[in-house]
Design a protein around this ligand. Structure first.
Ligand SMILES: Nc1nc2c(ncn2[C@@H]2O[C@H](COP(=O)(O)OP(=O)(O)OP(=O)(O)O)[C@@H](O)[C@H]2O)c(=O)[nH]1
Ligand SMILES: [Mg+2]
Ligand SMILES: [Zn+2]
Ligand SMILES: [Zn+2]
Length: 416
């Protein structure tokens, strides 16, 4: 029975479909059901569901979601019979099935979806700005430093998240000490479309909370234009995000790029004000927000690669774009609590910095968002030379935007 005030609309963090929690699928964990299901099929249906083994059925929806052909060579199969009706009763053994699945992609719907929903964090920014390194380091920080600090635990939602994080990010970066590769376009990598999903549980305090966090790593080239984003269907997940992290690479900003002295300086990048304006237009169109109203999705504007801005200046021109010893970035946030004053101080400083270095237009576009805050982070802690991270990884303030987002109005804060 639906409780009053329960939220029955749920955005699946895997496929971003908006689903009605009364119309979902289930997985029956009774090992005999798949065998019995396969035996009960007509010859015609056998072609659809049988992969040749007598204890594995083809998961058509999940196969399509992963961009494969259910009738092809290597469809996704499962040993747990899929119940394609919303009663929650297995059509084979007639017992209750408890494992809930998104009817579109057959990924799990966590317990508490009605109450907490899911928190989809979308990390956006031009090519080479540092999105993939940021996500890779953030997840590691959330597990190993944020969670003990705030009394939380973080666990992957599916095996595929574990495999993807390890295979694509962790192994290369933390074990082999090598930089990550540029992310492939959404179009060329259907398998990588799936975000990495974690459950973040705050179990201490008066009201335990569970967040479903989805980290979606986009390819910068897919965000070049509004039509490209629409064509790849990226508009739906951007518009349904619970929080947007918009990254700005100081080295791609012409004003900074021409003044900084460093080895292997990258070339300047596209106009970030235009990119953010495109994003805001997409959200307005998708969510039908009038131009006089502000966008409700919280926006963290994050300067990446700050390590390059923390050195001593070689001349006056360079001094204009570096953070001096008096920068608020050097003031540590208070341990174990949401240090709003510290974030506010940094936000004011970075806003002024970006007004000077990027443009006033950029600052005005950010004001289209009702809640925003500026940050500066470094995922690696130093500028890599070549593809090897000789100086290791020592992140700076990467969790700040995340702490701020979790404490925005829409989330109700962390428990502690
Ligand atoms: N100095 C410094 N450089 C960084 C840092 N993080 C990333 N970089 C550099 O920026 C490059 C691009 O970073 P990525 O994370 O691949 O950028 P991206 O935004 O994912 O790029 P696309 O996937 O192509 O859109 C890296 O290869 C590093 O050289 C950092 O914290 N500090
Ligand atoms: Mg990338
Ligand atoms: Zn789904
Ligand atoms: Zn069953």
């Amino acid at each position: 029975m639906a409780k009053k005030d329960e939220n029955l609309e749920y955005t699946c963090p895997f496929c971003f479909s908006s689903i009605d929690l009364k119309k979902i699928h289930y997985e029956c964990t009774n090992p005999a059901c798949t065998k019995m299901f396969l035996r009960s099929l007509s010859e015609k249906d056998k072609l659809k569901y049988s992969c040749g083994k007598d204890d594995e059925e083809i998961d058509i929806e999940n196969t399509i979601f992963l961009g494969k052909d259910p009738l092809g060579e290597d469809p996704i199969t499962t040993k747990h019979h899929i119940v394609r009706n919303s009663s929650g009763i297995c059509d084979i053994c007639n017992r209750s099935a408890y494992k809930r699945l998104c009817p579109v992609c057959h990924n799990p719907i966590p317990q508490g979806a009605e109450d907490e929903g899911s928190t989809v964090f979308v990390v956006l920014g031009p090519k080479g700005v540092g999105k993939s390194h940021y996500i890779a380091v953030l997840i590691n920080q959330l597990k190993n430093s944020f969670s003990p600090e705030f009394g939380a635990t973080m666990s992957p939602a599916t095996d595929r998240t574990t495999l993807k994080y390890r295979g694509v990010y962790y192994k290369r970066l933390f074990e082999e000490g090598r930089k990550l590769q540029p992310t492939l376009s959404y179009e060329d990598s259907k398998e990588s479309r799936e975000p990495m999903i974690y459950y973040l549980r705050f179990l201490e305090g008066d009201a335990p909370k569970v967040y479903t966090l989805a980290f979606f790593d986009t390819a910068g080239e897919d965000l070049d234009s509004t039509s490209k984003m629409m064509g790849l269907n990226l508009n739906s997940f951007i518009s349904r995000a619970s929080g947007i992290v918009f990254l700005v690479d100081p080295l791609q900003i012409p004003y900074i790029n021409t003044r900084i002295h460093m080895d292997n300086k990258p070339s300047t990048g596209p106009n970030v004000a235009d990119m953010l304006a495109n994003i805001s237009n997409i959200i307005r169109t998708n969510n039908k927000i009038k131009i006089r109203n502000q966008i409700k999705i919280p926006l963290a504007v994050v300067l990446t690669k700050s390590d390059v801005l923390m050195k001593s200046p070689e001349n006056e021109e360079e001094a204009k774009i570096l953070f001096g010893l008096n920068s608020s970035l050097n003031i540590e946030r208070e341990y174990g609590k949401y240090d709003e004053a510290n974030f506010e101080q940094i936000s004011v400083e970075i806003e002024e910095y970006m007004r000077r270095a990027v443009s006033n237009d950029f600052i005005q576009t950010i004001k289209e968002f009702e809640q925003y805050c500026y940050f500066a982070v470094s995922s690696l802690g130093s500028n890599p030379v070549g593809s090897v991270l000789a100086r290791g990884i020592s992140p700076m303030r990467v969790e700040d935007p995340f702490i701020w987002l979790l404490n925005c109005d829409n989330f109700g804060g962390m428990t502690k």
